[in-house]
Each structure stands twice: as structure tokens, then as C-alpha cells.
Design a protein around this ligand. Sequence first.
Ligand code: NAD
Length: 486
Amino acid sequence: MVTQTDLSTYNLVIDGEAVAAENGEYFETVNPATEDAFARVARAQKPDIDRAVSAANSAFDEWSSMPPQGRGRLLSALAEQIRAQQESLALLETRDNGKPLSHGRADVETCARYFEYYAGVADKVHGDSIPLTDDYVDYTVREPLGVTAQIIPWNLPTNIFGRSVAPALATGNTAVVKPAEQTPLTAVEIGKLATEVGIPDGVLNVVPGFGGEAGAPLSEHPDIDGVSFTGSVPTGIEVGKAAVENVTNVHLELGGKSPNVVWPDADIDSAVDSTMTGIFANAGQVCSAGSRLIIHEDVKAEFLDVLTDRIEEMTVDSGETDPDMGPLVSEEQFEKVTNYLEVGQTEAGEPVIGGETLDRDGYFVEPTVFDGVDNDMRIAQEEIFGPVLSVIEFGTEAEAMEIANNVEYGLVAGIHTQNMGRAHRFARDVQAGQVYINEWFAGGEETPFGGFKKSGFGREKGLAAVDAYTQVKNVCANISPTRERG
Ligand code: NAD
């Protein structure tokens, strides 16, 4: 058992310094593989949010007027530092979140890659020139929004930190980042690295704390000019309302219940691989998880045989041993997912495999597959955010499409088939912000990402994030000789 004195301390990062919360309060963060607290974290509340926003405001003029290649060089330096700290950041992420160490390493590399990618974008944020009549010169300029807020969820903390913060800084905005209370540690560490590489004080502030105490005052703050929120639909609605009250830019990256359609002509081994990655990576706690397997009746039996054989070989253990799957992030998430295991048994009967929790400390559940699922069941419609796959059978292309789209979310969608006409008809008709063909999680930092329907609006990743973090100014000059004096 860890005692209070063993806990390492993580402070807020405000104006380039690691500082305690104004009222001196801390909260503990728990290792989900052991249920032990292992770090204490400064607990930001409204006065701390005010300090961070004020620091970001003061830093804005210097940062936004720095030549873009200068900003790019600093972001490159941060990318290098994040890479140099890959092992320690990955271990921290694994202890905080539970994910397998190799996934933690991949998330740190992704974060570094976001800073590297947007470092290169910084000096390529162009406006347009718009042809009017000969009497006018018209052009647009892309300007930063100002002080931006990034509210981050617990499932991919380091990855989403990079995804949300790097484009904000590259385009000349300053940032106040609120990591999730379950997984705040890598954000604090990266905030300190930013100061070390010479990013000016106040440009990147990190304020760990709870949703109501820190997230709400941040999203409601009148001096915030743009909000990037990644998290659940109900919280996204609250954040969206607060942004509208202040007439502030906002984009919402929310949940999903994404369809993974498999046809008999698919390469079964690789489709099983993709399906497993899609639902068991990060113990299913991924917004773009492929949580609905929509499978053709002619291939279902064979596919499920291969799938269950492969699941039996999976290792489920503490993330530090680098298993195939770690624990769920928290007791709350464990209770939510185990409740869905009961709902699934009531709706669809005994699972084909899994369905139990592990008899040990930590928030472990088995990888689980429910067959015989109807698309109107709760386990087909609601985001479980755990390693639980719902299998729905189809016979025709029209049926597959109907099942794929008949859900309130629209984040991503995937199809496995050798028939490219069919694959592209699916891509055309499916309601989702990203479509994967013959691989789950295809794409990278360069590819725009965001939701249709209840999965949100606005886009991050790729050059689309430049639109999200800038505002367009149009300049029109009358150059006709009749306007000139003398
Ligand atoms: P959540 O909505 O509970 O919390 C997300 C963040 O919002 C946390 O930092 C939390 O502290 C903060 N928050 C909570 N209440 C707030 C409030 N009233 N005002 C402002 N901030 C507040 O979500 P979660 O449980 O941490 O994350 C899981 C959800 O995130 C899932 O639905 C998942 O699909 C979604 N997600 C979406 C994406 C995407 O890119 N679309 C990526 C990852 C996760």
C-alpha cells in the first residue's frame, strides 16, 4: 500500500512555472492495475483557471507576432524533447491510464509527431487572393483566435494533448489545457518540457482538476476565444452551451458506436486482426472503437471461430507487463462496463467469449463478444467504452448500410471486402467522419478527424485543424485611379 509520503507531486503549469493550486489542495491519481494511489496532483479551481487564462492572455501578443518559422522551430524542439522522454512518459501514461506499455509508447510518439507535423505547418498558413473587378485587390488573412482552451479525456491523454494543442500553438494561439482528472500526469510533464525548450511563459498552461471545478470555469471563461473539447456527449453539450453564451468558437470531438462491416470476400485473417485492434486496443476505451461488427451471414460462423481462437490467446494484465490488454481506467468505468456485460446477457444471451471480470486487484474485464445482437438493443446503440463487441448479422448491401447508419453517432466506419466498388459505395453512403477500408484505425496525424451526428462537429488533425484554430479576415482595397489624389 502506498502511503501519502510516497506519492510524487504534480503541480499546475502556469506562466512557465510549476505551481500549487491557490488553495493548496491536491487530489490523488490511482493506478488502475493495482487500485493504489501513486501520485498527488494540484487541484485547479476557478482562481487557478483565472490565473492561467490571464497568463495566456498576456503571452498572446508575443506568441502571435513571432515569425511563424520561429514558432515552428520551438514546436519542433518540443517534439524532440517529447521523443527523448518517450520511455518515462509512456510509463507514466501506463500507470495513470492502465494501457499496455507499447501503446503508451505509441501515444507518446503520436504526440511528438503532432508537434512535428504542426511545426511544419506554422509557416504555411496562407490566405487566398480573390479576383473581383480590376478596381479591387482582395485577399484573406488567417489570424489566430486568441486564448484557446483544450479539454482532454482520459482515454488517450498524451495523444489528444498533441492533437489539440499543437495546431493551436502553431497557428499563433496560446493555450490553457485541462487534462482529465483520471489521467493528468503526462500533460503536466509536457507543459514543463515546453518551458524547457524555450516556448515563452504563458503560451502553454496546464491546469489539472475536476470537470465541474476546473473544466466548467475554463469553458465558461469570458476571455477564452476558442474551445476544443474531446469527451462525452453530455459534457460536450454543456461546453457547447457555455461557448455559445460567450459567442466563442468551439469544436466538439465526442463519442462513437462505429460499424465494422465484413463481407465474405474479405481476407478473414486480416479482418479478424482489424476487428480485434478496433475493439480491444486500449481495452475498448477509444472513441473510434469498432464496437459493432456487422457481418455477412455466409461468413459469420467461420469468422467467429477464428476470432474466439485469437481472443483465447490474448494476455490481460497490468499495462507495465505489456500485455495485449490492460485494465479499464477507473472504478467508475469498471462499474459502467460490468453493468453493460449484464445488459448484454439479458439482451443477447451468454457471450460467445468473455463476459466476466478478472478475480484480482485492478479494474480488469475479459474481452467479450456478444453474438445475435439486434441493432435496436442497448449494446448496439450505446457507447460502452470497454472491450465489448456486438455482432450483428446482415444479408444484403442495403441491410448492411441501414444497420451501419441507424445509430445516433457517426464518428468512424470500416469495411472489409476485396470489392472496391462496394467499399467506395459504403464510403459514399455511410454517415461518419472517417472511413477505413480493409484496416481499422487507418490514417494518421495528417488525416482530418471528427464526427457526424452526435459524434460532434469541427475537425482536428491534418490541415483541417488550421481552420478550427484560425479566423478569416477579408481585406478589400479599391485601387482605381479615380480614388487617388494628385
Ligand atoms: P467526459 O466528458 O466525462 O470528460 C472529458 C473532459 O471534460 C474531462 O477533462 C473532464 O474533466 C471534463 N469535464 C467534465 N465535466 C465538465 C464540465 N461541466 N465542463 C467542462 N469540462 C468538463 O468524457 P470522458 O469520460 O473523460 O471521455 C470519454 C468520452 O470521450 C467518450 O464518450 C469518448 O468517445 C470520447 N472521446 C472522443 C474522442 C474524439 O476524438 N471524438 C476522443 C477520445 C474520447
